[in-house]
Design a protein around this ligand. Structure first.
Ligand code: ADP
Ligand code: MG
Length: 559
């Protein structure tokens, strides 16, 4: 048995690796299972071109087994295995990836799904183990080798017995310390949960022996211990399935299993993009607003998978703020990951996916609006405010995305209408889109300013949300029609109703107006006669851009 040393740099690198690359210890299992899956994939690819090799799906699997008494965790695969050389190169040299080399050699082959690329994942085992033993027999070889290492100290290799082709990795799990608990990595239920979380969609079965208690046969009170081999992972993710095979219930179940929300999804979007960017996504528009939606705790984002393996729980870059209510996941084969595979390198692909997703969500909301009005209104009541905030905070182009989705309560329809519907109903002589701001519909109805607009037969929109008028100022015009507050100075209503004072009006009440202007000095800039009023004796109007309602809100804002 010969003892080899890691190169000096490698030693330090390994220590750095073990202690700082990963934020969560539990991912060691993701890494080892990913390697096992890659090893099986390699046989699969070989079988594609080698007639002597038959890939019989049933004989390929990954087995995870915990032994509490001996504090060992074993991950066994029936993959391609490693020769002595492979063990030295791939496990003895940090940052050397046999999988990356394999991928490059086989680039021409269809749909490679190999996960490995950095050549560091394996060493994450040392986060939880103080001794790692790898026994491997390579495909086509009669001899097996045992590679063993306690981490930074180097490794040993010797020949050993192994009946079948494949690799077995035994981790001697660390003892608990005051600060750290390692026992959890020997607990079957915890291990199963980790596998479900990160590796649920590995394409080969992951098996575990799960122990339990059950009633003894024929007895009604006596229990017995039993152990049963369970197939833990779902293998084929719902997002890779054909849409036509899936029912709304399947999507609902997925929403619940993923804990995206406690409600039911209002609508799902299943994307399978095959163009400039290749990705699959399942997105949900929730039924209700999450209880913490407007709190600091709320984090927007979608789950991000690279090739079926979970990389990030909440990838915020995938969603614009105005669609922050959307839940779901994205899986893509073409992302550049950073070394810990917990983050992305700034990625053009990701930007493209985000853009694509944004238009899918908009499209879905538009068709909801068109085809399922009631559902849309339910959505709008929960999240409409978010869309308006989106319009308001726009420095770019997303108001284009959002303005078609806005709704306001209408004086004519007595219900929510879109801007498009408003425009479609406008009489020919109407120049503006009128709106009236106020606390509530009832209060707006009492505004003297609305009378002249109504009398003219024009529709106006009720702006009862603080953000409404601010958002509309950002849009400025919709289909070339300007927005106009009913309380603004010039309403653009026909000449006979015009605001202009005649000389005689002015003189007739000259003294009274002077007296009133004095009385209200500092509160109003001018008092004059108006032809705008119908049943009310007086109203306030503004000349500038900022209306009375906006002024109230601005004044109420903390400085
Ligand atoms: P990566 O998976 O990114 O290549 P790892 O450090 O996880 O890096 O693994 C290093 C290399 O070791 C892999 O590329 C592969 O060649 C080899 N390897 C690791 N685990 C196995 C396994 N279970 N079966 C066969 N080869 C393996
Ligand atoms: Mg790996």
């Amino acid at each position: 048995m010969e003892k080899k040393q890691f190169q000096a740099e490698s030693k330090r690198l390994l220590e750095m690796m073990i202690n700082s690359i990963y934020t969560q210890r539990e991912i060691f299992l993701r890494e080892l299972i990913s390697n096992a899956s890659d090893a099986i994939d390699k046989i699969y690819y070989k079988a594609l071109t080698d007639d002597a090799l038959v890939f019989d799906k049933d004989s390929y699997f990954i087995k995870v087994a915990a032994d509490k008494a001996n504090r060992t965790l074993t991950i066994r695969d029936t993959g391609i295995g490693m020769t002595k050389e492979d063990l030295e190169n791939n496990l003895g040299i940090i940052a050397k990836s046999g999988s990356l080399a394999f991928k490059k050699e086989n680039e021409s082959k269809e749909g490679h799904n190999i996960i490995g690329q950095f050549g560091v994942g394996f060493y994450s085992a040392f986060m939880v183990a103080d001794l790692v033993t790898v026994t491997s027999r390579a495909l086509g070889s009669d001899v097996a080798y045992k590679w063993e290492s306690t981490g930074a100290d180097g490794y040993t290799i010797e020949t050993c017995e192994k009946d079948t082709v494949g690799t077995e990795i035994v981790l001697k799990i660390k003892e608990n310390t005051e600060d750290d608990n390692y026992d959890e990595y020997l607990d079957e239920y915890r291990l199963k949960a980790i596998i479900k979380k990160y590796s649920d969609f590995i394409r080969y079965p992951i098996k575990m022996d799960i122990a339990g208690k059950r009633l003894k046969e024929g007895s009604e009170s006596e229990f017995e211990d039993y152990e049963e081999e369970q197939h833990v992972n779902s293998m084929v993710p719902i997002w890779r399935k054909n849409k036509s095979e899936l029912t709304p219930e399947d999507y609902e179940k997925f929403y619940n299993e993923k804990h995206y929300g406690f409600d039911k999804p209002l609508k799902h979007i299943h994307v399978s993009a095959d163009g400039a960017v290749v990705y699959q996504a399942i997105l949900f528009i929730p039924e209700n607003m999450p209880y913490d939606y407007y709190s600091k705790e709320f984090e927007k984002g979608l789950e991000l998978y690279a090739n079926g393996v979970l990389i990030m729980n909440k990838c915020a870059d995938l969603l614009p703020d105005y669609f922050s209510f959307v839940k779901g996941m994205v899986d893509s084969e073409s992302l550049s990951l950073n070394i810990s595979r917990e983050m992305l390198q700034h990625d053009r692909q990701l930007k493209l996916i985000a853009k694509n997703i944004q238009s899918k969500i908009k499209g879905q909301l538009q068709s909801l609006l068109k085809d399922e009005r009631e559902k849309y209104e339910q959505f709008y009541k929960a999240f409409g405010r978010q869309l308006k905030f989106g319009v308001y905070s726009d420095y770019g182009t997303h108001k284009e995305v959002l303005q078609d989705l806005l709704m306001f309560y209408s004086s004519k329809e007595k219900k929510l209408v879109t801007l498009d519907e408003y425009i479609a109903r406008m009489p020919e002589d109407q120049k503006y889109i009128y709106y009236a701001s106020g606390e509530s519909i009832e209060r707006i109805d009492k505004l003297p300013q609305t009378e002249i607009v109504s009398e003219k037969g024009y529709e106006y929109l009720y702006f009862t949300d603080d953000i409404d008028e601010f958002a509309i100022k950002m849009i400025m015009t919709y289909k070339e029609k300007e927005f106009k507050s009913v309380s603004s100075g010039d309403l653009g209503i026909e000449a006979d109703d015009k605001e202009t004072e005649t000389e005689s009006d002015k003189n007739e009440n000259k003294e009274l107006f002077e007296y009133m202007t004095n009385l209200l000095s500092g509160k109003v800039s001018n008092v004059k006669a108006s032809k705008r009023l119908k049943t009310h004796p007086v109203c306030l109007s503004t000349d500038g851009d900022v209306t009375i309602e906006m002024e109230k809100i601005l004044n109420a804002m903390p400085n």
